[in-house]
Design a protein around this ligand. Sequence first.
Ligand code: DLL
Length: 435
Amino acid sequence: MAQSYYQKEIETMPVDELKKLQSEKLVKQVKHVYENVAYYRNLMDEKGVKPEDIKGIEDLYKLPFISKADLRDAYPTGMLAVPMSECVRIHSTSGTTGRRVVAFYTQNDIDLWEDCCARAIVAAGGTKDDICQVGYGYGLFTGGFGLNGGSQKVGCLTLPMSSGNTERQIQFMMDLKSTILCCTPSYAAYLGESLKEQGYTADTIPLKAGIFGAEPWTEEMRKNIEATLGIKAYDIYGLTETSGPGVAFECCEQTGMHINEDHFIAEIIDPDTGEVLPEGEKGELVFTALDKEAFPLLRYRTRDICVLSRKKCSCGRTLIKMAKPMGRTDDMLIIRGVNVFPSQIETVLLKEGYEPNYQIVVDRVNNNDTFDVNVEISPDKFTDMVSEILAMEKTLANAMKIMLGINPSVHLVAPKSIARSEGKAVRVVDKRKLI
Ligand code: DLL
């Protein structure tokens, strides 16, 4: 397929020019952050780094790292680098009220983010003649609004479907003849199965491409989705902290995702020592955002394990590529596209008066994530009345739904019945084999 670009000059810029551009932007951005965000200023002061020490990307290593814990510490506005009156939107990760990460956007931040998503859509073959069905969630989650904005920038007719409501998704897809589908890969697979059940075959489905991300997915899953929907399926990566989807996207070569390097510098570090690793080595992915005004990020540790490669790409883009994330350095799970930390379950249990003896069991059945939480009941809570047990399970499930935004099936089990390995409880059993 001949490649088109959304912003050709940048996407195909010679690498030395790209690095020069990054250097110029970095110097300005560090100054902006140091002057406007007390939290960063303190971190830099503690490390003895001043904005004048950063003369280009070769000095990046001098800056302190930022982690999710820092962003939570600064909740809700401690990382804001512009007056609130300059901001036009927020998005947020799931989590408890006090532990959410809230990202703020100026109009310019939104504009550049939508450009990134537009690049992804054009790389997947999107043009103004396409009909783009956005099945990512709209709301605090970044997926829906991000791809919606990108799609409109490309000039596609945009269908803001949001996630779920499969019947309606199918009806609009068929009646309006959607050509591009944007949603999580697990939902794409689920939609595919539902279409098949309704008697649609790959050649009767109008789609030509899909842009799928927000959770890990395998090559095998890609082939399945491509066969059922009759499309080419492209990967897209991003995180709330970096604005949302579109930090990196796949092109026709599909050997990794091009990182939008005019807006983000990517580094791979050893997660234990923080040492920067050479290109091609596996480690933790770290991003520095070069243009973000409201919610800047310098050397943000994503916790995603990844590899970078600057091998020449047949699509003509010079932007460095990241592999599919190969796991996490923390215990975050992504269930039905939602980020879940075991510690959130623990918080709910303690709040509801239970011991933190639990096990999360995640599986994928008919392309849908199942999410079970087994909780050991303590002897003082024990009852042989089934109705009471069911009521307790329901209360716990509701409390977890409020905390996480997705519904688990809670099962109260006998004390000490959860498997322990060398004395340690096994908190997570993930049977999905996604990586
Ligand atoms: O998932 C943003 C997004 C929306 C990306 C739509 C792509 C499409 P968060 O909810 O903050 O943001 O989750 C970010 O999800 O650190 C990765 O662990 C994981 N992730 C995102 N994209 C991919 C992908 C959005 N393509 C976290 N493959 C990240 C694997 C992904 N994991």
